[in-house]
Design a protein. Structure first.
Length: 151
């Protein structure tokens, strides 16, 4: 602490013995030892307090950095979620429009595909077991002539 060598310490002891005398020197040495011990404890307490404050300062800085990073991540997650929601809403609208158009085309197709009700009553089918042919002849124009020109 003070860089005092043995020879310097011996000189201080001899001077103290001459100044204080043999009766008061042990009491003075004890008092000096107690004061020196208190001084060392006080210095170590101050060092530990400073060290704790520095650690707390570092922890506060670290906490602030972590909180900032959390806010950044939350902002990015919110932006991503908003983008996904917008994309999903757009896709949902496109699907609804496509389904409505498909329903419209299906309704038109159903009206075109529905066969008209038969004008003639149901004709009994040919009975293969009886061996007789049906005598029903289709009306003229019901059968289209085959294209006889072939290339």
């Amino acid at each position: 602490m003070f860089d005092i060598g043995f020879s310097e310490f011996l000189i201080i002891g001899v001077v103290a013995l001459l100044v204080l005398g043999p009766e008061r020197l042990p009491r003075a040495a004890r008092t000096a030892g107690h004061l020196l011990g208190r001084l060392k404890r006080y210095v170590s307490d101050v060092k530990s307090d400073i060290s704790r404050e520095m650690q707390l300062d570092e922890l506060r800085k670290l906490q602030a950095q972590v909180e900032q990073q959390v806010r950044d991540v939350e902002r990015q997650v919110d932006e991503t979620a908003a983008g996904v929601n917008n994309e999903a809403a757009g896709l949902s609208d496109q699907m609804r429009a496509a389904m409505a158009e498909q329903d419209k085309y299906a309704a038109v197709e159903n009206t075109l595909m529905d066969p008209p009700p038969p004008a003639n009553p149901a004709v009994p089918a040919e009975d293969p077991a009886s061996g007789q042919l049906s005598l029903d002849i289709p009306p003229p124009g019901a059968i289209e002539p085959a294209n006889r020109e072939k290339a």
